[in-house]
Design a protein around this ligand. Sequence first.
Ligand SMILES: Cc1cc2nc3c(=O)[nH]c(=O)nc-3n(C[C@H](O)[C@H](O)[C@H](O)COP(=O)(O)OP(=O)(O)OC[C@H]3O[C@@H](n4cnc5c(N)ncnc54)[C@H](O)[C@@H]3O)c2cc1C
Length: 392
Amino acid sequence: MAHAETADIVIVGAGVHGASLAFHLTRRGIRTHVLEAKFIAAGATGRSSGLVRMHYDLEAESRLAWASFQYFRNWAEIVGGDCGFTRTGFLQLVRPEFNAQLRANIGMHQRIGIPSLLVTADDVRRLAPSFSTTDFELAAFEPESGHADPTATASSLLHAARERGATLWQGRRATSVQVSKGKVVGVQTNQGPIGAPIVVNAAGAWAKEIGQMVGLPLPITTWRHETAFLRRPPDLGPSHPTVIDFPNLMYFRPETGGLTLVGLEDGNPLGMSPEQDPDRVTPGFVERAVERICRRIPAMERGSLHSAHPGYDGISTDQRAILGQAGPEGFYLSCGFSGTGFKIAPAVGACMAELILDGQSKTVDISAFRLSRFDEGRALRGEHAYEEIWRD
Ligand SMILES: Cc1cc2nc3c(=O)[nH]c(=O)nc-3n(C[C@H](O)[C@H](O)[C@H](O)COP(=O)(O)OP(=O)(O)OC[C@H]3O[C@@H](n4cnc5c(N)ncnc54)[C@H](O)[C@@H]3O)c2cc1C
């Protein structure tokens, strides 16, 4: 079929991953169309907590986060615009039975070149005097890390891509992927077809549906995650570090306006429609978030609720991204980011562009994230894993 509209590559989804890939492809002169059913960052990206840290228990993920960090801290020069990166320092707290894993993971990060230090509970008390520090002995400290603004990140990547000729369609939904003789030939949309030999599934919580369009079953479901924004009492000070607090199954970070954002690692239901209750948190969530943050920062008992909202991401069965070619020739996956994909997006986009255009990624080796790992019995697991989270 002849198409009136054509592109070299169509990306489905204008979240941070579609945006990053469009940025990197247009840098290489590729005619890229980004199809977005709603608007930029309408999915997980617009609800993301935006933590930027390198602490992972899987080396490939730390490498992606570290390569991405070079973008976050030099955003204006590399991308242009503002990603809202704010350096707060990052602490990873673990229960004492995971001290050995913590030491091993920090060792791995230091080998890669990531600024990460092993610190004691006493050190944490000096860094964050308002924290209760009686339930852990050791922590990882990343002095350079912090958080960014995910919507601004996606918007500035897309702005740069559009300046180099990318076409962004908002309110245009992919309804089917057209395949002929085993090869992708284009995408059908609610506003007519676009011909293209390459289509990339960057549809976040909707990625499974896009896979079904080419008969490719993806081991991805949806993950709902709620966050609360709490006002700190003024005497708590202007800020505090960004923290993943495994003893309390929680993470938190400062937000502008004297707020603290809190997310919980448990109670995140799988398998809900990403269209269900998109603006309302579950009854009891705010109370649980307040109770947890008060365990770590007792003075938050004098805080108050600002707001709370949910978001949805696609989660794979090993809770790691799925990256690479799969299904018909010309069909690529950049999905399954499992609630941790924001901070790795700049480098994932670079790697996917290299894979598509050169046959192999060189920024970071992403071959471990291929879809076939699940059939090969090579599902990913951290070399020094902590407790299982996000599985309820
Ligand atoms: C509440 C919450 C907090 C998080 N906190 C963090 C964090 O602190 N740090 C971190 O690193 N990660 C975090 N994450 C994870 C991170 O935000 C996601 O992994 C990342 O934003 C995923 O980006 P994406 O581009 O893959 O998907 P999305 O941002 O979901 O984008 C997918 C887009 O595809 C569009 N789409 C769907 N179907 C179609 C179609 N048929 N046609 C056209 N368009 C379509 C959607 O409208 C959507 O805009 C969090 C996630 C959530 C939900």
